[in-house]
Write a protein that binds this ligand. Structure first.
Ligand SMILES: NC(=O)c1ccc[n+]([C@@H]2O[C@H](COP(=O)([O-])OP(=O)(O)OC[C@H]3O[C@@H](n4cnc5c(N)ncnc54)[C@H](O)[C@@H]3O)[C@@H](O)[C@H]2O)c1
Ligand SMILES: O=C(O)C[C@H](O)C(=O)O
Length: 355
């Protein structure tokens, strides 16, 4: 009869033998050690997070940063290409989250089942000279398919939508969920955090402050004039010259073109922003109080059905949407321009599903 040390050793040998036998490898389990219940897996507490488009320019650093997040116990990495390699690479990080990879549509169901939070950076990015709306024809279909998967496998999950054009893809997601009867406006957020991250950085440069001390609300949407920084509401309280306002507004609105200097679109700062926002969502789900961030959500703040503004995140997702507060004349003019473009982008997304 084996003593408990002998038993443990026997199990370790069995695990290693399984690891050395390639027939035991299944992509869905990410690594063989994951498949055979590796004892180094994270604790049972924590949230289950899926990244769809995890092998891409945003997806990879986003996956790495989420693997480092102590609130994450399980991390599912889904893509239509290269998911095995990215998963193996990230799974070697000695942090708590268990990582599993999923490749291609046949594995989408397993990637999504049981998830608390689904982050979607899947789809094509802009090339020089393109607008975000030029991505619509390809990305609308991708987002639709992935959201249909969410309907089937994790209809109660929080969804963070990154794929552009966000002003249309978030309404597309909402329409897919409405059609299936699973739409919960508290759970769907278009990610506009990068606009806030940029605004904090650029404003801090002008004011000579540490960006971590600066908070700039950015409302509206996530493309050109729909990106509306409210410089009159910057914290800490401050004032700007008209030249500074013109410079900052233009730089924040065109940050996406500045990033990567015309050779692609932002990936690293976006991954940082996505993780900052996802972490806020997870802290909200955990029940932390007072978590306020900007996001593009189903809203009654204006006459438009979707709008980005400050929201409070809690156990059920978006628990409160804040009004815009008082705007100066420059911002009121910007709001009118933003609403005009936003209305068309939202309608384009809605029509894509209702057509
Ligand atoms: N919301 C924002 O602030 C923001 C910021 C930057 C980029 N973006 C957008 O994010 C998207 C991704 O950008 P990127 O630079 O990572 O692009 P990328 O091409 O590097 O990566 C996209 C990934 O999506 C995958 N993909 C394609 N179709 C898929 C599908 N059906 N299912 C799952 N995965 C699929 C690709 O294989 C690829 O790995 C783009 O639409 C870009 O415009 C948004
Ligand atoms: O500009 C882009 O196309 C990507 C993204 O939306 C960004 O703001 O960086």
């Amino acid at each position: 009869m084996m003593n408990s040390n002998g038993e443990a050793q026997h199990q370790r040998i069995a695990r290693i033998s399984a690891h050395l036998n390639p027939s035991n490898y299944t992509m869905e389990q990410g690594t063989v050690l994951g498949r055979i219940n590796c004892r180094s897996k994270g604790g049972a507490s924590g949230f289950k997070v899926a990244i769809l488009g995890a092998a891409g320019g945003i997806g990879q650093p986003l996956a790495m940063l989420m693997k480092m997040n102590p609130l994450v116990s399980v991390l599912h990495l889904y893509d239509v290409v290269n998911a095995p390699g990215v998963t193996a690479d990230i799974s070697h990080m000695d942090t708590g989250a268990v990582v599993r990879g999923f490749l291609g549509p046949r594995q989408l169901e397993n990637a999504l089942t049981g998830m608390d939070l689904v982050i979607i950076p899947a789809g094509v990015p802009r090339k020089p000279g393109m607008t975000r709306d030029d991505l619509f024809n390809i990305n609308a279909g991708i987002v639709k398919t992935l959201c249909e998967g969410i309907v089937e496998c994790c209809p109660g999950a929080i969804v963070n939508l990154i794929s552009n054009p966000v002003n249309s893809t978030a309404p597309i997601a909402a329409e897919v969920f409405k059609k299936a009867g699973t739409f919960d406006p508290k759970k769907l957020m278009g990610v506009t955090m990068l606009d806030v991250v940029r605004a904090n950085t650029f404003v801090a440069e002008v004011l000579g402050l540490d960006p971590r001390e600066v908070n700039v609300p950015v409302v509206g949407g996530h493309a050109g004039v729909t990106i509306l920084p409210l410089l009159s509401q910057v914290k800490p309280q401050c004032s700007f010259t008209p030249e500074e306002i013109g410079y900052l507004t233009a730089r924040i609105q065109n940050g996406g073109t500045e990033a990567k200097a015309g050779s692609g679109s932002a990936t690293l700062s976006m991954a940082y922003a996505a993780v900052k926002f996802a972490d806020a969502c997870l802290r909200g789900l955990r029940g932390d109080a007072g978590i306020v961030e900007c996001a593009f959500v189903a809203s009654q703040v204006t006459e438009l059905p979707f709008f980005a503004s400050k929201v409070r995140l809690g156990r059920t997702g978006v628990e409160e949407i804040y009004p815009l507060g008082s705007l100066n004349e420059y911002e009121r003019a910007g709001l009118e321009k933003a609403k005009k473009e936003l209305a068309a982008s939202i309608q384009k997304g809605v029509s894509f599903i209702r057509k």
